[in-house]
Write a protein that binds this ligand. Sequence first.
Ligand code: MN
Length: 717
Amino acid sequence: MDYAATILAKIPGTSSKLDKGLKRLLESLQAYMPAEQVEQVVRAYEFGATAHSGQTRMSGDPFISHPLAVAQILADMHMDSQAIAAAILHDVIEDTETPIAELAEQFGNEIATLVDGVSKLDQMQFTSRAEAQAESFRKMMLAMIEDIRVILVKLADRLHNMKTMDSMPVDKQARIARETLEIYAPIANRLGINHMKVDLEDLGFRYLYPFRYSVLDRALKRSKGSQRQIVKKISEHFRKAMEQEGIEGEVIGREKHLYSIYKKMAEKKRLLGDIVDVYGFRIIVNDVNTCYQLLGLVHSLYKPMPGRFKDYIAIPRVNGYQSLHTTLFGPKGLPLEVQIRTSEMNRLAEAGVAAHWQYKAEDKSAATPQRRAREWLARLMEIQESGSSEEFLESVKVDLFPDKIYVFTPKGDIMPLPKGATTVDFAYAVHTDIGNRCVAAKIDRNLVPLRTTLQNSQTVEIITARGAKPNPNWVTFVTSAKARSAIRHYMKKMRSSESIDLGKRLLDRSLKDLGSSLRKVGKVRMREALGELGLTDVNELFEQLGLGERLAPLTARFLIGMHDDAQPEAASLVIAGTEGVVVSYAKCCYPIPGDDVMGYLSSGRGVVIHRNSCGNLINFRKQPEKWISVSWEEEIDRDFSSQIQVEAQNKTGLLAEVAAVIADSDSNIEQVSVTDRHEDGSILTFLLQVKDRIHLARIMRNIKKMPNVLRVSRESA
Ligand code: MN
């Protein structure tokens, strides 16, 4: 079957170069894929070539040559047909007018989703600021991806772009090369795809440090002529010995890749000669037993260097790599590095996670992409069982199945947050002050409620206001420990400053009752008194008074040196309703301005206001020192909760009617319940917001006027 010719005939503007490329791809695919799957790839090519027709690359080549080459890279890895089709279509959404829905219709959801995933990765820009964030960026990428094939297509895309960068401006080359070294090569390494890692590193090195690259490249080429002879001779020696022992296997002379040599020189500060004059060999055999047998053989041919033997078969490397490594003293003492492994080990070392998407004829499993990635990890775990370090595995697992999300600040910085984090968590992650003063948030430029949960890769902006305070309620929806503790800390601080204010007022009141005042007591006596009380700071005393941990009348008498038990007539503490958390209003009697009230000093909670008629005032007689006289400020501008009970005849719509009357009386209902329901009547309990007694009286009057209402009262019946 010659698909290539028939397809090329249909597509306009084709070239002989393309012709060759497509033929090669189809040949590669036909070698491992059934015809109907190759057919799908062919359809993807037709679609892509038509969509990109007329577009060219910077090199002048027709654009489709790029996706075609990307597909070829994946075909060489024996990837499945969906990954290959997605590779051919990977730039269609970005660079042509094609909507994703059309891809889904033509090629199914899975391929469309893969293409969409690659397009989304393309939109992520790696800014220069982000250099220090490379690690976060890599994690974010992996976290965003539901299907590892997306990253495989992306890696192949990057690899081909790196190979065709010559016609690009130099500054752009450097930027892309840096991104490749910092982001893509480490991802390839993390996923165990060695050949991609090596290629990406060498190309990245070449374009980021062109001068260093060419010096090193030339030096290596110079030494290669003589090297090749030696490698050939030693390889022959190995082969002959294997033949004599009846061991089947393949001997490969290994060339080190440039970037790894460069890194070794930079890290170990070694000269080029020390690193290059090492000869590498890889011997691939059929099974594990043969590996060890062969090891014995090479050790008998050349003397092994002590301490250099590593058994990565018994104890694999953390990314699943398995092999035997040994170093031998070669002819003239030249070090020979030998790796021995099975062909299966070799395949896995090169393919990594991609091995799980390689087309297998017998594979009928409908495993989801996530499951396949898990299987790969599980396999690594299995191989790892005997190994010592689980760090790599842990980090891969966290990257692939993260409990974190990654979002951007408006400046493009990456912020890692726990899954389920809200805009408030983000605000506190940026800075505690931003959190404390945040009033609104924007996600991708749209205003959202503060409790909105964030998603990967959103850009989040926080709007702050001067004087804004955190809302205690936030604690119910924030997920990060930092936000939670910052909110709690702020509330505590607020409470403390409010208690200091209140304590100071309470003490001054009590002193005035005794004909003195804080000013009259003076600093000297105060300092002396603080010492006697074991306190260091006057605010500490005020705070204790404000929180009700110490009693103002007793403290006042102590300060002015009065020790008799005569109780002077107490003047009252004036309540303005703005004291904050240190003054609270009892929920047993719901006091409101205008009511006769008393204050109870509740240890740790400050003053709790009760109505004089409240049943709890019985305690007044038991602990008189804990009760203080309070009165209301003249003008109070806030709402208070108040409870009323309405007894009415049963009638449809009764509740709604009462509620309407309450609303007409400028009040809000906080809660309502039907407490008692009998044959002809019900008792409704309302918790209302009112200004004061006058306001409440008006509401009660209006309700009482209703035809079915029998009784309205503030007290429980
Ligand atoms: Mn591309």
